[in-house]
Design a protein around this ligand. Sequence first.
Ligand code: NAD
Length: 288
Amino acid sequence: MSDGRIGFIGLGNMGGPIAANIAAGGHDMIVFDAAGTAARAPDGVAVAASVAEVAAAAETVLLSLPDGPVVAAVVEEIAESNARVTSALVDLSTIGIAAARQVHARLSRADIAYLDAPVSGGTAGASAGTIAVMCGGDAALFERLSPVLSSMSRNLFHVGDTPGQGQAMKLANNFLSATAMAATSEAVAFGVDQGLDMAQMLNVLNASSGQNTATSDKFPNRILPGKYDAGFTNTLLTKDVTLYLENVRAAGTPDTMGAVLTDVWRRFQAAEPGADFTRVYPFVRDRR
Ligand code: NAD
């Protein structure tokens, strides 16, 4: 262990299993979640009563929080905490490029090193230690934090030296993942309307060029059995595709598909706020 005590803030669908893997890796940890820490904390870790208590105890702090405004508020609390010992912060949340740059600027003023490190692979990947971790920031910091990062996943990527580049990678990924879900929902609705069997359609697609993460994972494991339990809300995915579209427009790169896709997810989120994102299939099928 090279970076002292590890703090972890945000023990939700992703943060819970990620923190559990870090603890299982033998790291000394202190954790906090605003919705109640004790019930969400991995076994054997210290439970904090506040963000400030984590900042007073942990040299390295990881965040897994819903969105940019929540991350900014927690970062501010850490940076201004009087008893702070935190000198490095890793943000696993999806917050977009501008928010990551603002976090970087705020942490730099407080002399706290920052790794922008959003993740992909869902709750199953978080539990299995296979999530992709897309790190933007100083390469030496990425190396220094590798003991804790490798305890949460074996798929670590240093994608650039500038915080925000992890976010760019993550937004591109989630645009493709959201496209696969929405487009596969339309294709399956069409096939079922034509008298095809959904299970057989998925077998054919997975042996064909239409194969994607929705046909290989979300449809067979979450939608076909009627479970709709991916553990990722349409609120968070709508945030992601909206950030993608905003960032694409700011960059001036093509946005045709992004605009269409974002409209689908915004309408689904408005109709069923907080639903599991796999419920997009019945939403699309029923033309709501
Ligand atoms: P979640 O809502 O399940 O968990 C977020 C946790 O943060 C909650 O437990 C909440 O109580 C806590 N929290 C909120 N505000 C807080 C505060 N001020 N202080 C302390 N704790 C606070 O969300 P999630 O699905 O775990 O997603 C977390 C992040 O990871 C998001 O940015 C999301 O976009 C991203 N992500 C999620 C998935 C997924 O499959 N769920 C996959 C990849 C990335």
